[in-house]
Design a protein around this ligand. Sequence first.
Ligand SMILES: Nc1ncnc2c1ncn2[C@@H]1O[C@H](COP(=O)(O)OP(=O)(O)OP(=O)(O)O)[C@@H](O)[C@H]1O
Length: 301
Amino acid sequence: MCKKAALSRGVCAQVRAGPVFSATATRLTHTVEPDAFIELDKVSFAYGSRRILDGVSLRIARGKLAAIMGGSGSGKTTLLRLISGQVKPDSGRVWVDGQDVAKLNTAGLYAMRRRMGMLFQFGALFTDLSVQDNVAFPLREHTGLPDTMIRDLVLMKLQAVGLRGAAGLMPAELSGGMARRVALARAIALDPDLMLYDEPFTGLDPIALGTIAALIKRLNDALGATAVMVTHDVHVSLNVVDEVYFVADGKIVASGTPDQVRHSADPFVRQFVDGQPDGPVRLHYPAEDYASQLGLGGRHG
Ligand SMILES: Nc1ncnc2c1ncn2[C@@H]1O[C@H](COP(=O)(O)OP(=O)(O)OP(=O)(O)O)[C@@H](O)[C@H]1O
């Protein structure tokens, strides 16, 4: 049975047939609330000796759209990599739909990723493929559907982002906002259960940005997908997400609904909501003492 809005009603059952998060995969018993789709439990992670995340716990309920915000280099993308199994925690656990991601073997990870749609900065379309071939790509890779059915699915996805008429164009012929919408159509091609967005609004003008944000919300609701969105665009995201997590110093320092965020007195939250350059989030990447690096000894003149 397809999810709610059945963007691809009638065919999605075939698209989704296969061992995605299969019953045969290891399903470890884990006492989380039944509607938790993503759960991080005391996750710590370092690149080499550099600690990025330090005991992060969060829980995103099935069907919710959560934003992750934080200063540059605070580890937001790393969180997405942990959820998609691209990196493993040094300690703690990452659960996606009840599965311990770090324990999945290659086949298990492949099956899980088939259930994920990802939209990264700038969309990254294949420049030598037309719009329709870009959207068809995951369908050709992951399903054995006949060409006619793939064509219809592609048209449905493009219709969902308002670009059915652009099916025959090449990426070079698209505006930035159109390209992002095509990338979104491609990301939802397999009717994902989980959508990961890494700064999906980067480089867009305000109108295109608002369009993408509204589409993300609408498509997510239609798919019934759970989604995690790393973003710096506080005000736009507060209009579309269900909850926000703020990351700083390797930890979740605040979280709440958009309303709670808007009215929060927490200094981290205020810095983001009000766009203050000064605050708990530091501008500077950690560095050795400036004066001594300049050879000024103890003087700080
Ligand atoms: N593959 C890697 N190897 C070593 N260090 C890395 C690697 N990827 C990221 N880092 C470092 O880890 C830190 C966290 O990176 P991450 O990309 O998660 O941050 P972010 O919060 O998404 O940042 P931004 O908002 O600037 O994109 C950064 O300081 C970055 O330099």
